[in-house]
Write a protein that binds this ligand. Structure first.
Ligand code: IVH
Length: 693
């Protein structure tokens, strides 16, 4: 055996995985079945070796599923794996116009003419869950679910139960040193029905649809359960790769097949929109008779270099889109209309329905959008209505079935908040009526807290909506800062400690405190997003964070005087700027933010400056750049995307704060503005030289 200090990281990782697997198996045998597989000496020796490896390679300890486990039965949760390349989602197209727009945007970005050849690959969109499979030196090393896109659950041991025909353990000699293969784990319709029959027979839970069954089967803490479930895998994408195994997506798929992966046989290579739409029609007709569920078709630009140039928006690639099949519909009775109050005070009508099966999912709530929609469709309680669901979106009420008995009275939309009783007002020209209670409205305050802890925001594990409700009722968490005082508050408490309540328990309470402590250090962009200011979504929060850099400079700039600078930021207009300034005009908001920062610092955390790309990596980090005129080597959208990817801020107009004005052909007044203000101007060639071509 190689002494631990002599192990390379790669060897350590392999041995670590083997040890974890072995120990977990022995644990199950010992604790779960009272049937030890090995002697205590062998067991202790393996544990010692594991500890030694983890001491030297702490990153392995962090992902060890045995972490914190003292020889207990199956672990309480999965370890996590950080994705080397984020796992993003896809934008949606619903109509052929959407598809045409997708193609046009790509051509526009790349300066391809309308008729220039542009090859796509069209693939069925499998309704399962995505998986990242990592191979090093041609050998399978780990598997992770998508999770939040940045990190997923380590399900390596579960994937190891897949047969070689679904998951090759070794790739061919032509595989890159490191390659991540991505695909979809799914369950066939027949396997799903058979599984549910088995589950029902033994009184176990039945699954709503094949997708849930696949997810439930893969995310099992005991790999033996996964092994007993009929899962399948289609490979269709690439994560990290040390070298590119192909020039086109199509050739990559061929390569995957040669390595032993299943690639969907209905994949087509297409040239132009007409062929994409033909593939959509073909697949739509085949859909019902396929052995597995699909919810659309994915179009991907075939050329991998072009994919790279096109890159990503916030969460979705520019080079691919999902064209969804029409929504599934059903009819049912509208039992009630409830009015919910959101975090910004918006009143939204929710339909409560007699539960109905819509395309495999039982639906009992649906959105009615807003008061005008209800009036326009004359939707009444007691009506028979058409419900529709498409993909992951909230089910909607499409309309009333006219020839069924109608509800007796038209719905009267409330003009006061159903939660706090404040006036609910609807400004001229807007569709949404809002409660004016602000944070004195319990609903708004609670919704803001839920937003604060949600995924894109502070993402506090163990603090979901239910627990927020509970802590609110208890009076312990009424504002974000209270979350960071929770542990201290609980320590002071004598009788009503959290761990004494049902569903909390000592371990989960401790875990919650731990994740709160971890989150007391938070990046500026998430921090801004978490405040839940109207119109400030993730993308805008990120722009603000990148622009201002630190909490202090951002706060200092939230004044009327600095409004011009605010509006100069790309995608921030007067309306968004107005909402931001309004937020900081309210003293209670300012106090809540101060209190929050103080509570975070009290736990040893802080708001971290926005992450900028290393200065050494790019000379334009943090620089404000204006493009003007026509560029020859790339289109304006591509130039903007590249500049932003390198850490620059692309702004629309020239001011004293602009660092560079890149002047293309036929430039107008902006070049003159630059000269007047003494801002540096660059030709296109100089710009390319600056950013490295
Ligand atoms: S490509 C950068 N191809 O759809 C995006 N995704 O909405 C890479 N999916 O998370 C994804 N079939 O779970 C791709 N042929 C296919 C797919 C597919 C199903 C799922 C996948 C992804 C989701 C995005």
């Amino acid at each position: 055996m190689i002494p631990v200090p002599a192990l390379t990281p790669f060897e350590a990782r392999i041995e670590h995985a083997e040890l974890v697997e072995k120990i977990a198996r022995w644990d199950v045998a010992y604790h779960g079945k009272d049937a030890p597989e090995v002697t205590d000496d062998v067991y202790d020796g393996a544990r010692r070796r594991l500890n030694e490896i983890e001491a030297r390679f702490p990153e392995l300890a962090a992902r060890s599923p045995l972490k914190d486990k003292v020889g207990a039965a199956p672990s309480e949760g999965f370890g996590t794996l950080v994705h080397a390349v984020p796992m993003l989602s896809l934008g949606n197209a619903f109509t052929s116009e959407d598809v045409a727009r997708f193609d046009a945007q790509i051509r526009n970005f790349l300066a391809f003419g309308e008729d220039a050849p542009l090859a796509y690959v069209a693939e069925p969109k499998i309704d399962g869950l995505s998986i990242n499979l990592r191979y090093e030196n041609g050998t399978f090393v780990s598997a992770a679910t998508r999770g939040d896109g940045a990190e997923g659950e380590d399900v390596t041991r579960n994937l190891e139960t897949f047969p070689e025909s679904q998951l090759p353990r070794r790739l061919g000699p032509d595989a890159p040193l490191v390659i991540e293969i991505r695909g979809e784990v799914y369950m066939t319709k027949t396997d799903f029905l058979a599984l549910n029959r088995r589950q029902e027979a033994v009184g176990d839970k039945v699954f709503a649809n094949p997708r849930n069954a696949a997810a439930g089967s893969l995310r099992q803490l005991d790999p033996k359960v996964t092994a007993s479930r009929p899962l399948s895998l289609f490979a269709y994408a690439m994560g990290e790769a040390s070298t590119s195994p192909a020039n086109s997506h199509w050739d990559y798929l061929e390569r995957l097949k040669s390595w032993g992966f299943m690639v969907n046989p209905l994949t087509r290579r297409c040239d132009g929109i007409a062929q994409l739409l033909a593939a959509y029609e073909e697949l739509g007709e085949a859909r019902a008779s396929l052995p597995y569920d699909i919810d659309g078709i994915v179009y991907k630009v075939d050329d991998l270099d072009l994919q790279k140039r096109l890159g990503f928006r916030e969460r979705t690639p520019r080079w691919a889109i999902a064209h969804k099949f029409p929504a599934e519909q059903a009819t049912t009775v509208l039992e009630a209309i409830d009015i919910q109050v959101g975090r910004t005070g918006a009143l939204t009508p929710v339909a409560r329905l007699t539960p109905v099966n819509v395309g495999g999912v039982v639906v009992s709530n649906a959105t009615l959008h807003n008061e005008d929609e209800i009036a326009r469709k004359d939707v009444r309680v007691g009506d028979t209505v058409i419900v529709q669901r498409a993909g992951d979106v909230i089910p909607q009420i499409v309309g009333v079935v006219a020839d069924k008995p109608r509800g007796p009275t038209p719905f009267v939309y409330p003009e006061t908040c159903p939660v706090c009783g404040s006036h609910a007002v609807r400004p001229e020209g807007e569709v949404i009526r809002r409660c004016t209670g602000g944070l004195t409205c319990e609903a708004q305050a609670k919704e803001r807290l839920k937003h604060f802890v949600s995924r894109g925001a502070f993402d506090i594990e163990g603090l979901g909506e239910k627990n927020i409700e509970f802590l609110w009722e208890k009076g312990w968490v009424r504002a974000p800062a209270d979350i960071f005082r929770l542990e201290a508050r609980n320590a002071e408490e004598k009788l009503q400690k959290l761990e004494n309540f049902e569903g909390w328990g000592k371990r989960s309470t401790e875990k919650l405190f731990e994740s709160i402590r971890t989150r007391s250090r938070m990046g500026l962009e998430r921090f801004i997003f978490a405040l839940g200011i109207r119109q400030i979504g993730e993308a805008t929060a990120k722009r603000l964070a990148r622009h201002y850099g630190s909490l202090e400079s951002w706060r200092a700039a939230m004044t009327e005087e600095a409004k011009d600078e605010l509006i100069s930021i790309e995608d921030i207009g007067p309306s968004v700027a107005g909402d931001l300034l309004d937020f900081f005009k309210e003293e209670h908001n300012v106090a809540a933010v101060d209190d929050l920062v103080a509570a975070m610092r009290n736990l040893g955390g802080d708001v971290e400056d926005a992450k900028v790309i290393e200065a050494s990596a790019s000379p334009i980090v943090g620089k404000a750049v204006v493009f003007t005129g026509t560029l020859l080597t790339m289109t304006r959208p591509e130039a903007k995307a590249r500049a932003e990817a390198l850490g620059a801020k692309v702004v629309g107009s020239v001011s004293k704060k602009t660092d560079y004005v890149v002047v293309g052909a036929d430039a107008g007044s902006k070049a003159a503005d630059a000269a007047k203000l003494g801002v540096a101007t660059l030709t296109e060639d100089e710009w390319l030289a600056l950013i490295g071509g």
